[in-house]
Design a protein around this ligand. Sequence first.
Ligand SMILES: [Zn+2]
Length: 72
Amino acid sequence: MSPAQHVWLGPEATTYEAECEACRYTREAAAYARRVPVAGTLRADADVGFTTCLRGHRIVVRRIGRTLAGVR
Ligand SMILES: [Zn+2]
């Protein structure tokens, strides 16, 4: 099993679109699709989420760059 991939979101982002690295390095994926997009949403108040690509690879969605608003 390969480790989960990570998709990084900026502090304001609530949607993401990425390419599955595991699929990109898999030869048979080329016949399946030239690119394997992974798209989804992350709630504005969420710092982490989980998704899978069309072929089932695990992907962790993490939010970066947000200051600790309200925690002063
Ligand atoms: Zn994949």
